[in-house]
Design a protein around this ligand. Structure first.
Ligand code: SAM
Length: 234
């Protein structure tokens, strides 16, 4: 019987004495990869219930059964910050989703622009990457990963939310922490077109920002930008 550092996201209700039968992938992970045995404990979490300790009660060929015992962390608000980034090739997109999750983004919105290099994603895979990153970095919330959207369409319905657009070519103030609902937008490797930048900048609540003197690769810009924006909430 051991207390493991394993942490899994679950949508099942979490409360004392709750009985949970894990889905196939998580059951396989616990039984065959991590080789847990009855009595071993792990942590489960979701945004509604927070984090709870649970112990393995039964391992069958099909599923692992758990019993929830005590709450280890109460639900807590997390930063309300969106990352809107021009879709990149697969590996770089995976990296951005993982790092944006670790840095605290609440919504991850891939965008399509004139110079975007990719036009579709495997959403299920990106959502699995975000879930695993949230499990690993001890968040209580798994960010929402949305389907790619053309930047014009996104801006046509932009909500009441501050948007910082990272603009590497014009003199702008360095991005600084900004409390409250916010969003960061990062362009493609080839940059936004002038027309796109003008279109975006016409939307209320939009501010052009710099990420420093060096021209960062798009994935680096997303990571550096989120780190700057959310520094106060780290
Ligand atoms: N092709 C562009 C160029 O040469 O001007 C560079 C684009 S950069 C590789 C990709 C995106 O990262 C940009 O659209 C911008 O959003 C962001 N970015 C990179 N470096 C930046 C900086 N120093 N300040 C602001 N944004 C930056």
């Amino acid at each position: 019987m051991s207390t493991t550092s394993i942490r899994l996201y679950t949508e099942s209700p979490l409360h004392e004495a709750a009985q949970i039968l894990l889905p196939e992938a998580q059951s396989h992970y616990l039984a065959n990869v991590m080789r847990l045995a009855p009595g071993d404990t792990l942590r489960l979490f979701n945004a509604i219930a927070g984090e709870w300790r649970a112990s393995v009660t039964k391992i069958s060929r099909k599923a692992v059964a758990l019993e929830v015992s005590a709450q280890t962390r109460a639900p807590a608000p997390e930063p309300d910050c969106w990352l809107c980034f021009a879709l990149l090739k697969r590996q770089k997109t995976d990296l951005v989703v993982e790092k944006a999750t670790e840095l605290g983004a609440s919504v991850i919105q891939p965008i399509l622009t004139a110079r975007t290099q990719a036009d579709h994603v495997n959403l299920e895979r990106l959502r699995a990457i975000a879930t695993e990153a949230a499990e690993q970095c001890e968040r209580l919330i798994v960010p929402e990963v949305r389907a790619p959207l053309h930047v014009e369409k996104l801006m046509a319905n932009w909500p009441e939310r501050r948007l910082f657009i990272a603009d590497e070519r014009r003199s702008a103030a360095l991005l600084a922490p900004s409390p409250g609902p916010s969003a960061l937008m990062i362009g493609p490797e080839g940059g936004f077109t002038d027309a796109e930048l003008e279109g975006i900048a016409r939307t209320p609540l939009v501010t052009r920002v710099s990420l420093g003197r060096r021209i960062l690769r798009a994935e680096t810009a997303a990571i550096a930008g989120l780190a700057l924006l959310l520094a106060a909430e780290a």
